[in-house]
Design a protein around this ligand. Structure first.
Ligand SMILES: *[C@@H]1O[C@H](CO)[C@@H](O)[C@H](O)[C@H]1NC(C)=O
Ligand SMILES: *[C@@H]1O[C@H](CO)[C@@H](O)[C@H](O)[C@H]1NC(C)=O
Length: 613
């Protein structure tokens, strides 16, 4: 039993056990105690039934009241936290602590119960109901305690003591609107199980109106399209538009703290963060609206909203150099088609050669020339007499006509549009390629995550990562370092997908680069709030509505279109057909002319006396 008194006991309530425990202090109890016990039971069997309830009885109550009476007949399974010491964090590992307790029911007496004023770190219920088992109820003071300030829904049950007839004492339900103009406790009426049948009755939305509260956010304005500054100084972005919509809906104002040097923030060994998210952790800023992806570590140290966007890190590569122009005469057909065409020419030659045996016998060379000349749009000057040869040649002429048309039209296309080696599309291809990776060192988790990844492809990419310092005095904050390497064709630039695309557009280099189709670490973008922000759930509701209505995507698309170059500018960059594009055909003409000249000379030398017919 002594153990029970010195440490916290977590156990499923066995009323019997409580009795044994409580019987250590047999004390006379005030005559209204049965009322408190009844209200407690009614709450547990009424609105709280079906919820995971954690019951906590303050030491003060145990000394002045008979817990025995208070808990008589309590049958619903509840986790009881029973303690005589504050030092709960030291006694329990997380495994031993009750999990998923969404409702905390606290029975307090007089004084300042430690649970309300210094709640242990692991305790973060969604709902707290405080039953004051004392004649005086300092509601305003209780509502100011850290536990109640940090919980989304709180209510107090205060005794209306009737000195003459204490057994007819009643309880009233008190709540407060912490952010409204008047944060005084408000009574919701006298407790009766039929009036307060559900949680919603006891806990009306306490954050319907933020009453013009001023929220602060430290932002980086170098975060297009999420947050950026327009030329007229206005801060815009699809994240800030979400915040503006929330401010309108919830009636709050917001100010931006825009530091000269805004880093996202790293996680330090001692559990603190630097940068924008560090400000949120310390409570200097209420929320972080920049492009922040949800990571496990951040999810442990912050409250976070629902996701409003999904995106990963893009990899920007230089367009592969165009293939040499003179090769363009070969592009219309792929290798296989070229091989097939050669095969068909040979096959037809052989067939024509054998078919010609029926009439005037032709040499193999002549057969070949007849077959091949139609291929080059040359006239057939003698129609064969034999019908089989005639039919074969007719079919062949038709086939070569189709081939010629397809070749010529493809050639025209290939002459005008520059041809490239196929771009990379997957991370595997990138890992196999010569490209190294480049990223600006502003505290993003990517370089470290890649370097320590157990995934072979990611680890190989991590080994190729080069970091360049961020440079606040430069127009692109140090992104220039990576951009130059990308334009030089040695590196792939890693950064938030939309952001880095827009950077190249601003850098006027978007026509020279392309993003890898596959993205790295696709994740959920969220707003981060200081841990235990009680009104965070209102942002969840509002942001989910904005996402589902399509507004977030609409704002994103609008900003992306506005900020990338006008498509008309791109059109004017289309190449003009020049002599250099026709290198291939001219080369072929020269080769053909040269061969013809050699043939003519050879003929003249070998058969000097022959005259043409
Ligand atoms: C917003 O809050 C202010 C300040 O408390 C209040 O005067 C105003 O009525 C509220 N607006 C709305 C629409 O509730
Ligand atoms: C954590 O470490 C950083 C840097 O080492 C230091 O600046 C900061 O004060 C430390 N914070 C705490 C709470 O110890």
């Amino acid at each position: 039993m002594l153990v029970y008194q010195s440490v916290l006991v977590v156990s499923v309530v066995q009323v019997v056990m409580c009795r044994a425990d409580v019987s250590l202090w047999p004390r006379p109890s005030p005559s209204w105690t049965p009322v408190a016990g009844r209200v407690l039971r009614e709450a547990l069997t009424g609105p709280l039934s079906g919820h995971q309830v954690m019951l906590m009885v303050d030491d003060g109550v145990q000394r002045s009241l008979s817990l025995d009476l208070l808990l008589t007949g309590l049958t619903s399974p509840t986790v009881l936290l029973h303690t005589t010491t504050h030092n709960t964090d030291n006694h329990f590992t997380t495994q031993q602590l009750p999990t998923a307790q969404d409702v905390l029911l606290v029975v307090v007496g007089t004084g300042s119960p430690w649970l309300l004023w210094s709640p242990p770190g692991w305790l973060s219920p969604r709902v707290v109901l405080v039953l004051v088992a004392a004649q005086t109820c300092s509601a305003r003071k209780h509502f100011q305690s850290p536990l109640l300030q940090n919980t989304p829904s709180v209510a107090l049950l205060c005794l209306n003591h009737k000195p003459q007839t204490p057994e007819y004492s009643t309880y009233s339900v008190m709540t407060h609107l912490p952010l409204s103009a008047n944060p005084e406790p408000v009574s919701l009426g006298t407790w009766h199980p039929n009036t307060f049948m559900t949680l919603e009755h006891i806990f009306p939305d306490q954050f319907q109106d933020f009453g013009g509260t001023a929220l602060r956010a430290t932002v980086s304005i170098f975060d297009k399209p999420a947050v950026f500054q327009r030329d007229d100084g206005e801060v815009d972005g699809f994240s800030t538009r979400i915040l503006a919509a929330m401010a309108y809906w919830l009636n709050f104002t917001y100010t931006y703290n825009i530091p000269e040097v805004a880093v996202w923030g790293e996680y330090l060994e001692n559990g603190t963060y630097t940068g924008i998210i560090g400000d949120v952790q310390r409570g200097e800023s209420h929320l972080a609206i920049n492009y922040f992806a949800l990571t496990y570590q951040r999810s442990q140290d912050f409250d976070y909203s629902v996701s409003y966007f999904r995106e990963g890190f893009g990899l920007i590569l230089r367009d592969p150099p165009p293939l040499p122009h003179w090769q363009s005469i070969l592009y219309p057909y792929t290798g296989v088609v070229w091989a097939a065409v050669c095969g068909v020419v040979i096959l037809t030659t052989v067939a024509y050669y054998f078919v010609s045996f029926r009439g005037i016998r032709l040499s193999f060379i002549i057969s070949f020339l007849i077959v091949f000349q139609s291929f080059l749009s040359q006239n057939v000057n003698q129609v064969p007499r034999v019908w089989v040869s005639r039919g074969l040649l007719g079919l062949w002429l038709l086939a070569t006509w189709v081939l010629r048309v397809s070749y010529t039209s493809n050639l025209m296309a290939f002459l005008t549009v520059p041809t490239f080696q196929p771009p990379l599309t997957t991370l595997v291809q990138l890992a196999d390629s010569e490209f190294r990776l480049c990223m600006v060192n502003y505290g993003e988790f990517v370089p470290e995550a890649l370097a320590t990844s157990s995934h072979p492809i990611l680890a190989r990419l991590g080994a190729k990562m080069d970091l360049v310092p961020s440079a606040e005095h430069l127009p692109f904050m140090g992104q220039e370092g990576c951009m130059e390497l990308v334009i030089a064709g040695t590196h792939a630039h890693v950064d938030a997908y939309s952001f880095v695309l827009l950077q190249y557009s601003d850098y006027d280099a978007d026509s020279q680069v392309y993003p890898l189709k596959e993205q790295l670490y696709v994740g959920s973008q969220v707003f981060f709030f200081t841990k235990r922000t009680p009104w965070k759930y209102k942002f969840d509701i509002g942001m989910r509505r904005l996402v589902e209505a399509g507004l977030v995507l609409y704002w994103y698309t609008e900003i992306m279109q506005e900020e990338t170059h006008n498509p008309k500018v791109r059109e004017s960059r289309l190449p003009v057909l020049s002599l250099s594009h026709l290198q291939g055909p001219f080369l072929l003409l020269a080769v053909g002319g040269g061969l013809a000249t050699i043939a003519l000379l050879a003929e003249r030398l070998l058969h000097p006396n022959t005259t043409s017919p």
